[in-house]
Write a protein that binds this ligand. Structure first.
Ligand SMILES: [Zn+2]
Length: 230
C-alpha cells in the first residue's frame, strides 16, 4: 500500500498548472497510481475552476440599460459561439497517448504511466546496476530522470545537497527509513542520508536540483555513480 503522497499544496499547484514540468509529471504519475490523490486532485481542479468563474463574475460590471447588448449583438454572439462549437477544425477525438509506452532497460520491460509515455525513447547511461535516462526538460539545475536499479543493486550511502523527489514506478526498494512500493512519492532534502537497496530491481522517476553528496566510499567511483544518477 502506498504510504508516501505529495502534500496537498503540491497537488493544488499541479491542479492550478503552476508546477514546472518535472514536478508536474511526478504528481500526475503518482495520481495515476493513487486513487486518494486522484480524488483530491479532481476536487482541487473543481475548486480552481469555481474560483476562476467566481472571479470572472465578480469583475463584471453590473448591466444597466445603456450597457445591455442589443438583440442583434446577442444573435451575433450566439452565432459566433455556435460556429466555434461546430468548427470542423476542432479535434473531435481526445488525443490518445502514444501506443508505445513500454521501455526496455537492463533486460527488463516496464510500462510507463501516461504522464511519462512521451519519454519512452530516451537514451540510457549505466554504471554497474544503475541506469539512468534524463528527460529533455531544460529546467536549469533541476534534472528529471528515469532511474533503474537492477536486482540486488543499490545506491551508495549519500545525502542530497538540494531536494530530491523519487516516485517509485515499479519494483521495490528500501533504505534506512522504510521500504517502498510502486506509487510511493518520496521527498528528501540535505538533512536526509540514505542508502537505497533493491532486491527485485526497481524503476523510479526522480527530480533532483543538485548533485548527490556521497558520505562513504571511494570518491572516484562514486563520482561516476553520482554523474549517472543526477
Ligand atoms: Zn497519493
Amino acid at each position: 500500500m502506498i504510504k508516501y503522497h505529495p502534500a496537498d499544496d503540491l497537488l493544488y499547484a499541479h491542479a492550478a498548472g503552476s508546477l514546472p514540468a518535472s514536478m508536474s509529471i511526478a504528481v500526475a504519475a503518482h495520481s495515476e497510481m493513487c486513487e486518494a490523490c486522484a480524488k483530491k486532485l479532481a476536487l482541487f481542479e473543481n475548486q480552481i475552476a469555481d474560483e476562476a468563474f467566481g472571479l470572472a463574475e465578480a469583475s463584471e460590471t453590473p448591466l444597466d440599460s445603456d450597457n445591455l447588448l442589443t438583440a442583434a449583438d446577442n444573435d451575433e454572439f450566439a452565432g459566433m459561439l455556435t460556429a466555434i462549437m461546430n468548427d470542423e477544425q476542432m479535434p473531435s477525438t481526445p488525443i490518445s497517448p502514444s501506443p508505445k509506452s513500454d521501455i526496455d532497460v537492463a533486460g527488463e520491460r516496464y510500462t510507463l504511466p501516461t504522464a511519462l509515455r512521451r519519454y519512452h525513447h530516451l537514451g540510457w547511461s549505466s554504471v554497474g546496476a544503475l541506469s539512468r535516462a534524463r528527460l529533455p526538460l531544460n529546467e536549469g539545475d533541476t534534472r528529471a530522470s528515469l532511474l533503474h536499479i537492477g536486482m540486488n543493486g543499490g545506491v551508495p550511502s549519500h545525502t542530497h545537497k538540494g531536494t530530491e523527489v523519487t516516485l517509485l514506478l515499479s519494483g521495490h526498494f528500501e533504505d534506512e527509513h522504510d521500504s517502498y512500493v510502486p506509487g510511493d512519492f518520496i521527498i528528501l532534502d540535505s538533512s536526509d542520508h540514505h542508502t537505497p537497496q533493491t532486491h527485485d530491481g526497481c524503476l523510479c522517476y526522480t527530480v533532483a536540483d543538485a548533485p548527490l553528496h556521497f558520505t562513504k566510499g571511494v570518491s572516484q567511483l562514486l563520482n561516476a555513480v553520482g554523474h549517472v544518477i543526477y
